[in-house]
Structure formats: C-alpha cells, structure tokens
Design a protein around this ligand. Structure first.
Ligand code: ME8
Length: 506
C-alpha cells in the first residue's frame, strides 16, 4: 500500500485566515481524500507558524500578551478546517513543547554534522516576508529599497549562526536532475534549478535582536530564524528525532503543497537542511498560484481580503470547493470574481450534474416504482457510454495522480454532459409508451454513470456527492474506487430526490 504524507504550509498567526489559506488547505484535503479512495494510508498535517518578528509585532500592535495572542489567532485557523470540509490528522503549533524539542534536536544534528558556524550577518531583512535579501534582488522606488515582493526591508547587523548552504548546490542539482517530478509544475522546477545554478550563499539561521522564537541549543542569546523553526514542523508531527517510530517510518518523505511565494524555502533551503541532517528530501513540492480578487492583489491594506466564512455562507461549501479547483489549473494564478463563481456553478453543478441527477432520479422514482432493474442488454449507443466511463476513470486517475485537479474535473463534467446528451437522444419519456425494457436499460446505465461520477467527485465536493449517493441508496462500503469501471451488479433503488445545486442568481 502506498503511504501518503501531505502537508499545508503552517500559516502565520499575525492575521486571520483568508481565502488564500483556505485554498491550500482544501487542495490538500482533495488530494488526501483522493489517495484514501485509492487505498493509500494518508497523513494530513496543517497548523500555525507562531514565532518570529512579524508575529511578535502583530501581538504588540494588538496590545495582547504574545502567548495569549498566538493561541487566539491559531484557534481561528484550527476552527476553519471543519468549516472547509477538511479532515486532518494533526494540527501543529510551533509554540508547542513537542516542536521546541524536535526543532532543537534538528539544530543539534546539523551542528554535530558540522553544518553550522557562528559569524556576523550584515544585510537586508524583510519582516513582512521573514526573509533575507541580497542587494541585487532589491527594487529601488523613490530612493527607498523594497524586496522583490514589494515588502519593506531593513538593514540588519547582528551576530548570527550560519548554515553552510553554499556546500549544497551541486548535491541539490544532482538530486533534482534525478528526480525531475519532485518539484511541480515544471516552470517552478526550472525556477528552482536556475536559482541554485546562480550560486548559493550560506544562510543566516539565528537572530539575536528579539526573543520570540525557539532558543538555539547551547546559546540562549540566539533564537532560531523563524524559517528553520517553521520547516521543522513537518518532522515534529511525525515524532522526529525518533526516526524509528511508526509515523516517521510510514510517512516520511512528505508531499508539501505550498504557494509559489514560499517555493524557495521549501525547494532549496529545506532539502539542503534535510540532507545535511541525514534525512531524505521531500518526495514532492507542489507550488500553486496566487489568487487575486476581481483583478486586484488580495491585501489587508486594500481592504479586499476574502473571508472564507462569508463566501462559503453565501455560495455553499461544495460550490466554492468546486469553483476554486475547476476554474483555475492547479499551479496557475486565478482571479476570484462573483460573476465567475455564478457562471461556473450554474453551468457545471446546477445545469449539468444537478440537472442529470434530478431528472433521472425523479423520472425513475415515478415510472419504475423506485426500482431500476439490473441489465446487461446494451446496444451500440450504450456501449459508447460504457467505454467513455472506463476512459474517463483512467484519465481522472492519471490527472489526480499528477495534481491536475481541474483536468480531472473536466473529465467528470464531460462524462456527465455526454450522459445528458444520451438521455436526450434516447428519450426515456417516449420509451415509457413504446418499450419499457429499453427505458429501464437507459435509466440503469444513466444511474450507473451518476453513481460513478459521484464517487469520482467525492474528493472535491464530498457533501454533495454523498447526498447524491444517498438518493441512489449506495451503501457507504461501496463509495470507493473498487469496481468503479464495472456497472453495478444489482437493481438500483431510488430514494426521494432532494435538490442539490440551486442555481445562483447573479
Ligand atoms: O508563508 N493565493 O505563512 P503565510 C493563494 N508561515 N494562496 C495564498 C494566498 C493567495 N492570495 N495568500 C496566502 C507562511 N496563500 C509561512 C509558511 S511553512 C513551513 C511556513 C497561501 O501565513 C499559500 O499557500 O504567509 C501561501 O504559501 C501561504 O498561504 C502563506 O501563508
């Protein structure tokens, strides 16, 4: 059995969660549910990143004790998870004792492996990005310097521990040449490789000008740089440094899903840290794109952040899950617009899927006494649809195995619209008067497609797909990929249909 360890970034608690955070978490939930349906043992981790200057500053600005502040803010992220329909295995907070212990052990391992030395850092730092920048990366605007992200930078001069990142360039390149699919999409892989090729400098990994962090072992003047602390969360959750425990053995290396903003930390620093600590690098790092709101960058200062509670309460959970992952290829940037949500949900969920379920189940309930008989008496048109089902499932599997979530949804929607067209051409309402047996065959096949498509939709829109499977009386034990390409070998009983996807009025 394939084990699958999937992680979101751990989110900074300087602010409340918005749609961007929800997006990454739902992406991981979709992949987690998909791999479970494929029979894998899955471990899904998310959590909060609670140290560093940015978070400390937010607590000071809010005039709340930092410990109390981070707990309250972390709760906002934790409470959001079930609201998004996500089922996680662990929620980690970097202020937990287990994490302090694990990250300090990781530090000691790097130190023992002669990967860390004490020196002085002098250069640019952005608190908003919690990142160091070199002179040549900065952008000058009105005689002031900014990070390439647009964030302000400050000049920092302090004693600092350094990680010997410069020694790892060739080893990282060799690893990525051998494992070309370990960074996706391909454009991101190319970016990382060219960044490494441009030459890596040793990395400052401790700070002395504030205290809000994990103390460096053996030198309490220093706290760890927030990124080394944060990245270690992926190991803490599987009980590092105990590499012989079951979680570590079953689940490392992980698949990390991150936004493109934090690719360098995950695809350059993190694998170098890991290799330097004698740990295998991540299995895969997938960097997704960035959401804008009606064409504008989402930011607190513009006042246009999208609250996941608002948007889900307005449109429905599955409608938003579907929109986010059908509208935009996973990996590309996307624009969040109310018009686009209404168009997408109405076309795909109401008019295609919902309409098919509604008309077939209502018709079958009424005209077959709630039971559609099992049959194998198929003609050419039926066989074309049966072949399409088989091909669709194989394509769906391939796409989701490659994280091509939008493509997998296109495949399902195509199968459903072909089934709608099949019904129109077969016209069971006419067959009712002329050929009851043929009417039964058309209904049996259409209902089968609805069942199979609903099972394929379970990772993306679990609540609605389960409601449809309830209408068609499919037992819980049969809601998986087992035998999905074969038609059901039994009569189908129909419960009272309920509307699943009301149209969104624009
Ligand atoms: O970077 N569009 O935390 P963070 C898409 N603590 N995704 C978005 C988004 C948007 N507009 N805005 C945010 C950190 N995200 C670190 C991570 S991991 C060891 C430490 C998502 O709170 C996206 O996944 O700034 C991005 O990478 C993440 O939120 C950044 O969250």
């Amino acid at each position: 059995m394939n084990n699958f360890y999937i992680t979101t970034p751990i989110y900074y608690v300087n602010d409340i969660p918005h749609i961007g955070h929800a997006y990454t978490t739902i992406a991981c939930d979709i992949l987690s549910r998909f791999h479970k349906l494929c029979g894998a043992k899955v471990y899904f981790l998310t959590g909060t990143d609670e140290h560093g200057q940015k978070v400390e500053k937010a607590a000071i600005d809010a005039s709340i004790d930092t410990n109390i502040f981070v707990s309250q803010m972390s709760d906002n992220f934790k409470k959001l998870i079930p609201f998004l329909g996500c089922e996680i295995d662990d929620f980690i907070r970097t202020t937990e004792p287990r994490h302090k212990q694990s990250s300090q052990q990781f530090w000691l391992k790097l130190k023992n492996n002669n990967q860390i030395y004490l020196s002085n850092y002098e250069g640019w730092y952005s608190v908003r990005d919690e990142a160091y920048y070199s002179d040549k990366e900065l952008i000058k605007k009105n005689n002031e310097f900014f990070a390439p992200t647009g964030s302000p930078v400050e000049w920092v001069k302090e004693e600092s521990y350094f990680f010997k990142l410069s020694e790892w360039g060739d080893k990282l390149l060799a690893y990525y040449t051998k494992n070309p699919d370990s960074i996706l999409p391909k454009t991101r892989y190319n970016e990382v490789v060219s960044f490494i090729k441009s030459g890596l400098k040793d990395l400052s990994i401790s700070r002395t000008t504030f205290k809000w962090g994990v103390e460096v072992p053996d030198n309490s003047k220093h706290v760890m740089y927030v990124w080394i602390d944060a990245l270690c969360n992926y190991l803490t959750a599987i009980k590092y440094p105990d590499k012989s425990n079951k979680l570590f053995k079953d689940f490392w290396p992980a698949t990390h899903i991150v936004g493109k903003d934090i690719l360098r930390f995950h695809a350059v620093y993190w694998p170098a840290f890991l290799m330097a600590a004698d740990i295998e690098p991540p299995k895969k790092i997938f960097a997704h794109g960035w959401w804008t709101n009606e064409g504008q960058k989402i930011s607190k200062s513009l006042g246009n952040t999208i609250d996941p509670y608002d948007i889900i309460n307005t449109y429905g959970l599955d409608q938003i899950r579907y929109f986010l992952f059908r509208e935009v290829p996973f990996g590309n940037d996307g624009d969040f617009s109310k018009n686009a949500i209404a168009n997408r949900v109405n076309a795909d969920l109401s008019n295609n899927y919902g309409n098919l379920v509604q008309r077939i189940s209502t018709f079958a309930k009424k005209n077959c006494d709630s039971q559609v008989k099992n049959t194998t008496n198929f003609n050419k048109e039926d066989n074309i649809l049966i072949d399409l089902l088989k091909n669709s499932f194989q394509n769906y599997l391939n796409f989701l195995n490659d994280q091509k979530i939008d493509q997998s949804l296109k495949v399902i929607m195509n199968l459903l619209s072909e089934t709608n067209a099949y019904i129109d051409s077969q016209a069971p309402w006419n067959l009712k008067k002329t050929n009851i047996e043929r009417m039964n065959t058309v209904l049996f096949l259409s209902l089968n497609i609805i069942v199979k498509a609903s099972i394929m939709l379970l990772p993306i829109i679990p609540n609605s797909a389960n409601k449809v499977l309830d209408i068609l009386n499919i037992s819980l034990k049969n809601r998986n990929f087992h035998n999905i390409e074969q038609l059901i070998d039994a009569n189908l009983n129909i419960n009272n249909p309920v509307p699943i996807f009301p149209r969104i009025e624009k």
